[in-house]
Design a binder for this molecule. Structure first.
Ligand code: PLP
Length: 401
């Protein structure tokens, strides 16, 4: 007689990534022949630049195919230090850097190294889908800091105060944000810095979209409003978004030595090191010419204007102008309670399903980001698809009554 193997208790609260799930459903429909326009993808639609691909080919041909140092090859960590210094003026030593298998993996290592049962971690909401489960997998509890559409999804004093407890260990700030595209203001970040200083919080700054910014001037950052907090801050970045390298799986973390050392222990016992070939490719990206991210940003900026104009033309829809990243996050709650035939739209999940079935456009329901009034469209796709898809959206919404 065989037994059904028991699944760990821990897994009961963990859900698979909803954005990847929507993407999978859209891909399956497309494979079955449906004319799906996909606005659910969270990655640039550009190819990795040629000089980066070339570096990877050379790495293979030169036999750079063995285990590397656990925190990443020294020349890549050195190049990351130089990048952080020349772009931002921050000083890090190579032993303050961990290269990991994508930014998401860096966050995972961080949470495992820093948090445990009884700890609370503040997660500004709408949040990136992976923050809560990554915190929960460490045994800690996410505490949701509500950001309001009316204030451009910025951090506000009263809402932040409501999240603080003696158990608060830290906060995750993601600016520009996925899914809202918002950039936290200096005053919002100063509120965070004050608590961090008083209560010893760790600030995790997810800067993965920091090359995709549509506003002029210096990007507000926790280390710019509070340079004194460098020993309490961990910066997360990577090449997935900036160099269109999502499949290569390279991210990096910069932080205090003891935290990076603890993260290295976890990495040594799990993945050993990030892919050797991808590290060489990332080295070419980080240390080579930086015109590729600028070119991508300019292209996204044009698409943003087009998709925003479409959305703002829709009756009942409001949409905060994204200041960075490549997502729009319109409020679609005016359509909740409406119906077509026997289909009633109760919330964002129903609406995203309706749009996939009725308009053949794939989006991600706001519920996946802890904000059910909204829906996320990625505009990392062609102007042609944006125009066609938004036309379909308008028609589908108009059918609801
Ligand atoms: C894409 C993304 C990351 C990193 O993704 P990887 O593919 O794991 O490098 C991190 N944070 C946010 C908010 C993202 O959208």
């Amino acid at each position: 007689m065989s037994h059904q193997v028991a699944i760990a208790q821990r897994m009961q609260q963990i859900k698979p990534s909803p954005t990847l799930a929507v993407n999978a459903k859209a891909k399956a429909l497309k494979a079955a022949g449906a004319d799906i326009l996909n606005f659910s993808v969270g990655e640039p639609d550009f190819d990795t630049p040629a000089h980066v691909r070339q570096a990877a080919k050379e790495a293979i041909d030169q036999g750079f195919t063995r285990y590397t140092a656990v925190p990443g090859i020294p020349e890549l960590r050195e190049a990351i230090c130089q990048r952080l210094r020349s772009d931002h003026g921050w000083r890090y030593e190579p032993d303050q850097i961990q290269v990991c298998c994508g930014g998401k993996h860096g966050l995972y290592n961080m949470a495992q190294a820093l948090f445990g049962p009884g700890d609370e971690v503040i997660v500004p909401t709408p949040y990136w889908v992976s923050y809560p489960p990554i915190v929960e997998l460490a045994g800690a509890t996410p505490v949701y800091l509500q950001l309001r559409e009316e204030s451009g999804f910025d951090i506000e004093a009263q809402a932040l105060a409501q999240c603080v407890s003696p158990r608060t260990r830290g906060i995750i700030v993601n600016s520009p944000s996925n899914p809202t595209g918002a950039i936290f203001s200096e005053s919002g970040l100063r509120l965070v810095a004050e608590y961090a200083r008083k209560q010893g919080w760790v600030v995790i700054s997810d800067d993965i979209y920091d090359t995709i910014v549509y506003q002029e001037g210096v990007l507000p950052h926790i280390l710019r409003v509070a340079p004194d907090l460098q020993d309490q801050t961990i910066v997360l970045n990577g090449v997935s978004k900036s160099f269109a390298m999502t499949g290569w799986r390279i991210g990096y973390c910069a932080g205090p030595k003891p935290v990076i050392a603890a993260m290295n222990k976890i990495q040594s016992q799990s993945t050993s090191n990030p892919c050797s070939i991808s590290q060489k490719a990332a080295l070419a990206a980080v240390s080579g010419p930086q015109d590729f991210p600028v070119m991508m940003k300019e292209s996204f900026a044009k698409r943003l204007e087009v998709i925003l104009a479409h959305l703002r033309d829709l009756p009942g829809v409001s949409c905060v102008r994204p200041q960075g990243a490549f997502y729009v996050f319109p409020n679609v709650s005016a359509y909740f309670g409406k119906r077509l035939g026997d289909k009633t739209i109760a919330g964002s999940v129903d609406l995203a399903d309706y749009l996939l079935d009725e308009a053949l456009i794939a989006s991600v329901p706001g519920a996946a980001f802890g904000a059910d009034d909204f829906i996320r469209f990625s505009f990392a796709t062609s102007l042609e698809i944006i125009n066609q898809g938004m036309g379909r959206l308008k028609t589908a919404l108009a059918k609801l009554a």
